[in-house]
Design a protein around this ligand. Sequence first.
Ligand code: FAD
Length: 509
Amino acid sequence: MILDADIKAQLNQYLELMEGNVRLKVSVNSDSVSQDMMALVKELTEMSSKITLEEAQLPRTPSFSINRIGEDTGVTFAGIPLGHEFTSLVLALLQVSGRAPKVEQSIIDQIKSIKGTYHFESYISLSCHNCPDVVQALNLMSLLNPGITHTMIDGGIFKEEVESKNIMAVPAVYLNGEFFLSGRSSLEEILTKLGNVPDASTFAGKDPYDVLVVGGGPAGASAAIYAARKGIRTGLVADRFGGQVADTLGIENFISVNYTEGPKLAASLDGHVKAYDVDVMNLQRVTHLAKKDMIEVELENGAILKSKTVILSTGARWRNIGVPGEAEFKNKGIAYCPHCDGPLFKGKHVAVVGGGNSGIEAAIDLAGIVNHVTVLEFLPELKADAVLQERLYSLPNVTVLKNVQTQEITGTNKVDGITYIQRDTGAIHHIELQGVFILIGLIPNTDWLEGTVDRNRFGEIIVDSHGATNIPGVFAAGDCTTNPYKQIIIAMGSGATAALGAFDYLIRN
Ligand SMILES: Cc1cc2nc3c(=O)[nH]c(=O)nc-3n(C[C@H](O)[C@H](O)[C@H](O)COP(=O)(O)OP(=O)(O)OC[C@H]3O[C@@H](n4cnc5c(N)ncnc54)[C@H](O)[C@@H]3O)c2cc1C
């Protein structure tokens, strides 16, 4: 039995929602993964009379495809889709059976209208929380368009492919054999990358807003909801709705919810914003802000949006160390997400740069997967909470280097080592290793505001207690501001403050 009682109970409920019949084609041989895959597909056929099974020869073994009767859909799993991919399996079964996907009709029409032949292959790991979105998006595209196929490939099983393609970060998507994208991507982002991009004309003629929110993380979502609830014309423009939350695995400090996961919270934010009359413009990057008779916000495609007030909530991104090799080996041994990419370094030696909470959490997590973890901390002491340090020091395969400065990440076509300076002696050391996880904090996304709103020396937008900046009518909230403590609930609170501040400003002006 490959499915435990809990999973089976969940699956039973989902399979009852199947509408039509589904044919699984399975390609296996005698290895143990094949046996497990066969056990899984057999259990599926036993659980639903709508699922039937056929042995076949597919391009990869072991793998199985999920098809309509008499028609291949192009949806293939080269791996056992449990772990984080369990939902991908369930959705594929339901959608192939005829159940409608929960996607806007305009997007469905967009997918159906794509012309040409697109063979997608996505390399994933079952512990990667960023992978299912990509797998599910590509599966749906395959189902809706006969010119598109998609195979999910578990990198842990198809190790040779992963090594020959030098894949060191997942998800890594290939299109018709060529590298296409890596990292978490939504269906809309994939479609945009395929060339379905709205141009400036899409935004021409939009009436000015009362409040225009820039950024779609917790701060922006909260600001948009608070503004829309005042009955004023509200817009929200975001490079990527969800923000950092979309990249977060477990969240245990979102008060009143014991535990949730980033993508789930991001989906609730989306649903909550869309429950109001907010003009959401996702996948649009803002490049410039100017105060004229109104405030003008320019998009990357040249379009200009006008508003009486603007709330900046552009959040933050991972900070880089700024050493040679860092940019060159990104996704070739340099990683930022231990949950996603940790399994690709199984049995290897990796470094974690950064001794704060996120670095030490990553080191503890990685120590359970890799052969050895070396932590490099710039300061003489680790900054992580005592409880995390205690756990770290109890692990046998971790070395902690303090008071060290990373000088270079070395390699040829992928990382092969790290060079550091022992700061008190000036001695230079080199360690041979295969991966470097960089966790040294965040940097605010405010570079584009150069010469406009006032920022402090860290680049954070300076705000007062009402979220107001130095420019009348321009407010800011969340991680991009001087508000201390960068957390979801704090970002949401400051988004609400900024929206109420903007409303107050509108009444008075
Ligand atoms: C891995 C990880 C784990 C975390 N875990 C937790 C946790 O457990 N609990 C907790 O409370 N906090 C956690 N945090 C912190 C939390 O996610 C942030 O504090 C919070 O998301 C900040 O919200 P924000 O809206 O200010 O910014 P962000 O979430 O960063 O959102 C910024 C938004 O602005 C958009 N944007 C940026 N630049 C532009 C531009 N030029 N044009 C248009 N749009 C733009 C982005 O696309 C995004 O939509 C975690 C963060 C990370 C990275």
